[in-house]
Design a protein around this ligand. Sequence first.
Ligand code: PLP
Length: 349
Amino acid sequence: MTSIDLRSDTVTRPDERMRTAMATAEVGDDVLDGDPTMRRLEDRAAELLGMPAALWVPTGCMGNTIALMLHLKRGDSFLAPEDAHVLNHELGTAAWLAGGMPQALPCDVGPGRFSPDAVRAATDNTGPYHSMRTSLLCLENTHNSAGGTVLPPEEHGRLVAVARDQRLAVHLDGARLWNAAVAAGVSPAELTTGVDTVQSCLSKGLGAPMGSVVAGTEEFVGEARRIRKMLGGGVRQGGVVAAAGLVALERIEDLAVDHDNARALADGLAELGWRVREPQTNILLAELPGLTQAEALERLTALGVLAGPMAGQVRFVTHRDVSKSDIDEVLNRMRRSEWAGSSSTTARS
Ligand SMILES: *Cc1c(COP(=O)(O)O)cnc(C)c1O
């Protein structure tokens, strides 16, 4: 029985076309005096994101860390939605490397979404000199641990506007901004309006083996290049991986297939009695009443269906290496199993 891997969209492997592009990439020394394929990737990424300039970084975490290091001073605090990646999944680098005190914003609008009032309530920079200064708002689109939820363009605009009123800089963790854009039916650039900096991953649903971009002004990217070097992220013949990134950026529209597959999986699981949260993109959070998260994951693994834990639930992530027939196969394996195929009640929320 072959396993069907729905743990994450990071498990996607470079296909033949991407490997050929990597093997034949024109390269230089990107630390010494530049790599032509890196330049092309960074220009293309900046254009797609609607930002003046972009910098390739090995990982999304490094992209976020670099941005936060440039936005924050010691004694500052920054705001991010509760369970944000920068708060929970980056080993505290926002605090120990960037020097910012993290402050979680309650998601008072819905999963992964908070109101302008929440930003206002959390930003009081009128205290005496020894109070912390809140200087940055971090957005996350899509919001990973809330279940790949989309911050639509109007709502994004309102949050950027309140941040400006409060004199906060804005960083967007857009690891899956491509998914948000496809789901909202807008260009990625429409979801970066007004932000100072944005980080987006090439190594998730778009299928590159590694790499992210962090984008902002020319001046920001100049400084970001220095910080990347400090963190050990300057690479030499980076064109080999940038070539994969260029192929990845041609595949943004393909993400719609992953979103359809996530919905098909949600429908099938609901028929099997799972409580599912309607997916907006390629991430599906679900639970089977009566089973703990660990029990559900263990039983899925026994069926050759790999999923992951997230926010107390089972997280299924669809991606370009699983097809609609793989999703059908997942549901068939569950229907045939005793523990997941017996219930006919449907529960949706
Ligand atoms: C994956 C992810 C990152 C970090 O990317 P890595 O390349 O794994 O370091 C940052 N933010 C969010 C929301 C993510 O999902």
